[in-house]
Design a protein around this ligand. Structure first.
Ligand code: APR
Length: 250
């Protein structure tokens, strides 16, 4: 009897986990009411189910991106690195100004989630999955690289990036922004990159930081560059006051 109870409880817990992830996916997706979310869930699962969770390639998510492509939003695309909370605190309130990857359908559906599959199983697991840098080709990391590349591919006009002035290397070559997004900015589409350096009271870097030289060198010839030090409080103020024009935020 004890074994049966344990088995049932374990079975229910596993089932619940699975359906909890699926219902999070579906309920976040349905907020966009523009897509067939059940179909997207099916396409999404194809990328990683029944696979070794360290053998999910970036390309595995191409069908998912193709099923919910990123729309070019010229002059509104916002990139970021190590400034997640500040950026989203701002874009959540000022969708009229900027759009981040996490404000798009796929980005918002999967933001903050962990998932993986297992060889020989059709299920989605949310625990026991490899960590971000535990193995290169893990389901979560491959998704973010694939989505970030596709998001950068459609960037156009003036693009903005919020970098963090409170860390040693605001433009870090290992970040997704430096390794995946910047190399895809194409001068035929992107005119200018505006860096907003987020300055907190204990900042140790600013627009003069040497790592930004690598950024300007990595930019496709023909893309102009600017950098502005902006206090975190100014960014928050602009988020809180819709009457401030987007162009007057910083
Ligand atoms: N563990 C878990 N998740 C991670 C890790 C990690 N060690 N590193 C990166 N990520 C994922 C998380 O989803 C995190 O919120 O990437 C996101 C951004 O990581 P950062 O290191 O702060 O920045 P960066 O690597 O430059 O990526 C941000 O990529 O997500 C796109 O368009 C987005 O421009 C943005 C850029």
């Amino acid at each position: 009897i004890v074994i049966v109870i344990i088995a049932v409880v374990l079975g229910l817990t596993l089932r619940q986990n699975k359906s909890e992830f699926e219902s999070t996916f579906l309920s976040r997706c349905e907020k966009f009411n523009q897509y067939d979310c059940k179909k997207l869930w099916g396409v999404f699962q194809q990328a990683y189910v029944d696979k070794d969770p360290c053998k999910v390639l970036v390309e595995a998510y191409n069908p998912l991106i193709a099923a919910a492509p990123f729309k070019p939003q010229c002059n509104k695309t916002m990139f970021w690195s190590k400034t997640k909370d500040v950026v989203h605190g701002f874009t959540d309130k000022r969708k009229d100004c900027f759009v981040t990857l996490e404000d798009t359908l796929l980005g918002s559906v999967l933001d903050g989630l962990t998932w993986c599959g297992k060889e020989g199983s059709k299920d989605t697991f949310t625990s026991g999955c490899p960590g971000w840098s535990e193995c290169e080709n893990n389901p979560v990391r491959s998704f973010w690289i694939c989505a970030s590349a596709a998001f950068a591919d459609v960037a156009c006009g003036d693009v903005t990036a919020m970098l963090n002035g409170s860390i040693n290397t605001p433009f870090n070559p290992t970040s997704i922004f430096a390794s995946v997004e910047v190399p895809r900015f194409n001068a035929s589409r992107v005119k200018k990159l505006n860096v907003v350096m987020v300055i907190q009271k204990n900042n140790i870097s600013n627009c003069n930081h040497s790592s930004l030289k690598n950024l300007t060198q990595a930019l496709d010839t023909g893309i102009t560059y600017s950098c502005k030090d902006v206090s975190e409080s100014r960014i928050q103020e602009c988020g809180a006051k819709p009457e401030i024009a987007c162009g007057a935020c910083w």
